[in-house]
Design a protein. Sequence first.
Length: 398
Amino acid sequence: MSLLQIGKRKKNVPQLRDKVYFSVSSEGYGHSSRALAIARHFKPSDILIASYSYALERVRSYDYPSVEVAQEVKFVGSEGHFDVGKTILNNPARALGLNQIVQEEMDIIKRHGVTLVVADGRIAPVLAAERLDIPCIVLTNQSAFYPFFERDSALVKLFGRSFEWVMKLWLSSAEEILIPDFSPPYTICLPNLSDNYQVKKRTRFVGPLVAWQADEVQAITKPSHKPLIVASLGGHEYRRPLFDAIIEAARRMSHLDFIIISSFTTANVPENAQIHPFVKEAAPYFKAADLVITQAGHSTAMELLTLGKPSLIIPDSQQIEQENNASRMSELGVSLTMSYQELCDSSQRGLCANIEQLLGDPEFESRTREFATMAAEIHGALRAANHLKEFAHRLSAY
C-alpha cells in the first residue's frame, strides 16, 4: 500500500476536535486576564473557561463558553496586610476536600471532550488531567513558594511547608510551565521563579498576556487638560488605607485629576476625583493616564508596560509576590514603590512627592516605552495560543 493510499484511509477516520480547557482562579485580576488574552485567538467552539465569582462573571460578559467550578483558596488580610497563615488555615479546599474538587474537574474534562488542560492559579485541574492522562500546561508568574512562609510563626511554617509540597506537586504534574512575562533579563516576576533545574527545563517565557495590542486600546476622554492619575485598587478590604490616602492626595493636589477604580466609597470626594466601582476593562483608563497607582499584581504590571505607562506601586503588605514584583519594577526603572508603612508614616506627604517625581522625570516614561515596543514585537497572546493549539492536537493527531 502506498503512502498516498494510507493518507486517504486516514481521512476516513473520525478525528477528535481539539478542545482547550482553561481552569482559572478568581483570586486576583490576572488569572482571568490571561485566559481572555489567549481565548481571543481561538474559535469559541474550541475552548472552555472554568472559574467562579468575579472571574466567571467577567468571562461570561465576553460570551465565551464557560462553566463554574469550586473555589480552592480565598485570600485573607487586613489593613494593607496579606495574612499568609490565615489564608492557608481558612482554605476552603480544606473543608470541601481537594479530592472532591479534582473529581469535579475530571467530570468537566470528560463531559466536554477536552484535549488540553491549562491551569492558572488552580491545583485541581492539574491533578485531574494527570489522572485522565490528558496533557496539562500550567500558566503562572510564580514557581517558587517557600519565601511566602519565611515571616510567619512556627505553626504557619508547618502548614506552609506542606503547602509548598502541594505546589511542587502542581508543577511537577504539568508537561510545561508558561511564564506570561518578558524573557530574562527583563522579566518582572524573576524573583518569584524557581531555580530548580526540573522546573526550569520545562519553563517557557511567552511574553505579556494581555487581551489587546496597545494600538487597539481606545483611551477614555480625560476629565480636563490636567495630568491624569488613575488608581486601580480593586475591593480587598485590607486596601482601604491606600484608598483613603489617595483621596487625601487628590484633595491636596488640585492641579491633577484622579480616577479611582475601586469598590470603596467615601462621602467626601474631592472635585478633581472620580470613583468608578466597576469597569469591564482598565486598559482604556490606563492608556489615558499620565501615571497609574496600583498594587504589584503581575497582570496589571504587564498591561502597564505593554501600554508604556509609568507607575507608583504600593504592594499589599507581606504579599511577597507583589513585593518582589514591585522591587523588580523599581530596579528596571519603570516605577517608584512605597510600602504601607511609608504611606502611613508620611501622612500623605510621601505619596504626593512620589507622584510629583514620576510626573516630572521623563526617564520613567522613556523606559516604559521601551517595554511597550518589546511587547508589541513579542505578541505574547498569539504566541501562547499557537503553542497551546499544537499541544491540544497531540492526542488527536494519531
